[in-house]
Design a protein around this ligand. Structure first.
Ligand code: SF4
Length: 260
C-alpha cells in the first residue's frame, strides 16, 4: 500500500524547513494543512500564501487552510470565542484547549473527511503525519503512533536544529517566516509584546480589549501574573529591561500536529 503523507503546517520556521527538506529528498506530501486560529500576524498570512505558491511550483499540493466552526457550522476565530465567553485563551489558565480546539480539531476533522485517508484507513493502513519538531526540541517527539496515524519527526531524523532549518529555507531561496502564534498568545514574551505594541498597535489594542472583556479571577491578564494593559502603560520606560530576553523566534508549545 502506498504511503499517505500529511504535513501539519504550523506556519513557522520548522514546518517551512520541513517542506524544503522533503523537496530536497524528493518526498512529495499528499496533503499540507494549516489550521488558522484567525490571529496570526499579517506577515505570517503572507508567508503562508507565498509558501503555498512555492509548493505548487515544485509539484507539491497547495497549503489548505482549515478553521474551527461553531455549532451552526460558521467559521469562528479564537478571538471571537474568547470575547463571547468573556475569557482568555485557555493557555493563560494553564490548559491547552485553545490549540486543541482551534488547531488540532479542524485538522482532524478535515482528514477524517478526506477521501484518500478514509480509503487508506479502510484498507488497514495508517496515515503518516509529519511533525515539524526540530532536533533542538527532541523532548516533544514522544508519540510515535495511534490508531489512525504514524507520526514522523523528520527534522530530528535529519539532525536539523533551528540553525539548519533557517539555513534550509535560505538555501531554497525562500523568506524566513519568523514565529507563528496568535498575536494575543499568553505565552508571548515581553519583548514580543513590546514588538506587537510598536509594530501593530491595532492588534495590541484588540489583545487588551480581550483582556479587559474577560472575567478574571485566577489570573491577572494575558500575561497570567500581569495584565498586558499594565505592561503597555509602562513598556516604554522598561524597554531596556526586555532587551535582555532572548529574541530567538522559538515557537510556543502550541499544538503542532500530534496529540498532546
Ligand atoms: S498560539 Fe497561544 S493562544 Fe494561540 S492557540 Fe496556540 S497556545 Fe493558544
Amino acid at each position: 500500500m502506498k504511503n499517505l503523507i500529511v504535513v501539519s503546517y504550523g506556519g513557522g520556521t520548522n514546518s517551512k524547513a520541513l517542506l524544503v527538506g522533503l523537496f530536497e529528498r524528493s518526498i512529495r506530501p499528499d496533503l499540507i494543512l494549516f489550521a488558522d486560529t484567525g490571529a496570526e500576524l499579517p506577515e505570517t498570512y503572507i508567508d503562508i500564501q507565498d509558501t503555498s505558491e512555492w509548493c505548487v511550483s515544485i509539484g507539491f499540493p497547495n497549503i489548505i487552510t482549515v478553521q474551527q466552526v461553531n455549532q451552526y457550522g460558521d467559521k469562528i476565530t479564537l478571538e471571537q470565542k474568547c470575547i463571547e465567553g468573556k475569557m482568555l485563551p485557555s493557555i493563560a489558565y494553564g490548559y491547552k484547549s485553545c490549540s486543541l480546539k482551534f488547531k488540532r480539531y479542524p485538522q482532524d476533522k478535515y482528514i477524517n473527511n478526506w477521501p484518500p485517508a478514509i480509503q487508506h484507513w479502510r484498507q488497514g493502513g495508517k496515515v503518516i503525519k509529519l511533525i515539524g519538531y526540530d532536533a533542538d526540541e527532541e523532548r516533544r517527539a514522544k508519540i510515535l503512533s495511534d490508531n489512525k496515524y504514524d507520526y514522523q519527526y523528520l527534522l530530528i531524523e535529519w539532525g536539523w536544529g533551528r540553525d539548519e532549518c533557517v539555513a534550509a529555507i535560505k538555501r531554497a531561496g525562500l523568506n524566513q517566516p519568523g514565529k507563528s502564534a496568535c498575536f494575543f498568545c499568553p505565552s508571548s514574551k515581553k519583548n514580543e509584546i513590546l514588538q506587537l505594541k510598536s509594530k501593530y498597535p491595532a492588534l495590541m489594542l484588540r489583545a487588551i480589549t480581550m483582556e479587559d472583556n474577560a472575567e478574571l479571577t485566577s489570573v491577572k491578564g494575558l500575561g497570567r501574573n500581569y495584565a498586558w494593559r499594565d505592561l503597555a502603560k509602562s513598556i516604554d520606560n522598561q524597554f531596556n529591561l526586555f532587551q535582555t530576553e532572548s529574541n530567538i523566534d522559538i515557537d510556543c508549545d502550541c499544538y503542532d500536529g500530534v496529540a498532546a
